[in-house]
Unconditional design. Structure first.
Ligand code: HEM
Ligand SMILES: *[C@@H]1O[C@H](CO)[C@@H](O)[C@H](O)[C@H]1NC(C)=O
Length: 338
């Protein structure tokens, strides 16, 4: 066949016509799978709970909304919990296990919150569809709904993750804590299949939520042994932080300007030397990441679109989907006893 636009047009017309009016004995029909039938590498799928727990997403949505209306800071906590879960042994709810020496007991997990939200959703789901929906899927879906509650993007979450059986505190200490250099952040995310763009875009989750002063105290007085504060902090912002952070247990908003809204102001703050964590501010000084910061600061819709893409990637890291992999926990805090 020739490559002329005209023949392409005929082909298109033919395809539409034939699939719309299939002759009686046609066996070749063009059938596009619906979203529900689509699966990723035959692992996760959008219709996973369609038959086994049709109410899953509406229960999830209602519960997340209720919790966040009571306390909007829980939205940020869910986002971070999902990141910490997926960063260690993939998105398998290993962060939720609450036993001696589990990830949850690690120093790096000390300020994680939102566990009660997942427990509450799980309890409700066990009433409607017992032993059906995994804790890993609940956390992934709750993260999406929490993002939407803050005015962030919506993305379709494929389901079918199983809950892991292994959770080791030492492994949780590998999750970046805000004092790393860009190379080690890039390498950490690369080991999970995420790239530099994902790093900058996902750091945009710091458009909401807060950090404990302990995470930034090294920037405030004696940065890298210089006896002076980190020079990449705006002077006014620095004096605000020094006043606010007299105790390591105090909290400061990660986005100094619009902490309740999921917007690209986080990137605008970086351009004004008002990034809270040193890993935030470094994104604007490192040549590998600063052009991306500038691009995202200027385009709210690009940020939201890319956030949905990158966090969907995050949610698919090393998921357990095989017949004999993992389990469906009945209580997200405990490995099943049976
Ligand atoms: C890759 C580099 C990252 C580093 C170095 C980092 C570091 C941190 C640190 C140090 C805190 C404050 C913890 C505290 O002091 O209590 C924090 C909070 C937070 N992080 Fe990240 N993070 C990173 C990536 C992410 C990602 C990928 C997400 C989500 C997609 C995320 C979401 C959050 C949220 C929402 C909070 C606020 C939590 C709350 O208010 O409870 N972070 N992060
Ligand atoms: C970045 O941090 C890693 C780990 O702490 C260290 O080995 C490396 O030398 C650092 N790289 C630069 C360029 O400072």
């Amino acid at each position: 066949m020739s490559n002329s636009p005209f023949s392409l047009l005929i082909l298109l017309f033919y395809t539409i016509f034939v699939s719309a009016h299939p002759p009686e004995d046609t066996i070749y029909t063009l059938r596009v799978p619906t979203l529900e039938e689509t699966s990723f590498d035959n692992l996760l799928s959008f219709g996973y709970y369609h038959k086994s727990c049709p109410l899953f997403e509406s229960i999830l949505h209602r519960k997340v909304k209720e919790w966040i209306q009571k306390d909007y800071t829980l939205a940020a906590s869910l986002l971070r919990l999902h990141f910490h879960d997926c960063s260690v042994r993939g998105c398998d709810a290993s962060i939720l296990l609450n036993h001696d020496g589990s990830e949850r007991t690690a120093q790096a997990s000390k300020t994680l919150r939102g566990f009660e939200v997942i427990d509450d959703i799980k309890e409700e789901l066990e009433k409607h569809c017992p032993r059906t929906v995994s804790c890993a899927d609940i956390l992934t879906g709750a993260t999406r709904d929490a993002t939407v509650e803050l005015g962030g993007p919506y993305w379709a979450v494929p389901y079918g993750r199983k809950d892991g059986l292994v959770s080791i505190a030492k492994e949780a200490e590998m999750v970046p804590m805000g004092h790393e250099n860009i190379t080690s952040l890039v390498e950490f995310l690369q080991s999970k299949g995420l790239n530099v763009l994902d790093l900058v875009v996902l750091s945009g989750a710091h458009t909401t939520g807060r950090a404990s002063c302990g995470s930034i105290q090294h920037r405030l007085y004696n940065y890298q042994g210089t006896g002076r504060p980190d020079p990449s902090i705006d002077p006014k912002y620095l004096s605000f932080l020094q006043r606010k952070c007299r105790w390591a247990t105090e909290y400061v908003d990660l986005d100094a300007t619009t902490p309740r809204i999921f917007d690209p102001v986080y990137y605008i703050n970086l351009k004004k030397k008002m990034g809270l964590l040193s890993t935030d501010q470094l994104l604007y000084s490192d040549p590998r990441t600063s052009p991306i910061v500038s691009a995202l600061a200027a385009a709210p819709y690009v940020f939201k679109h890319h956030f949905a893409v990158s966090i969907a990637k995050l949610g698919n890291i090393e998921v357990l989907t095989g017949q004999d992999e993992g389990e469906i926990r009945t209580n997200c805090n405990l490995i099943n006893a049976y």
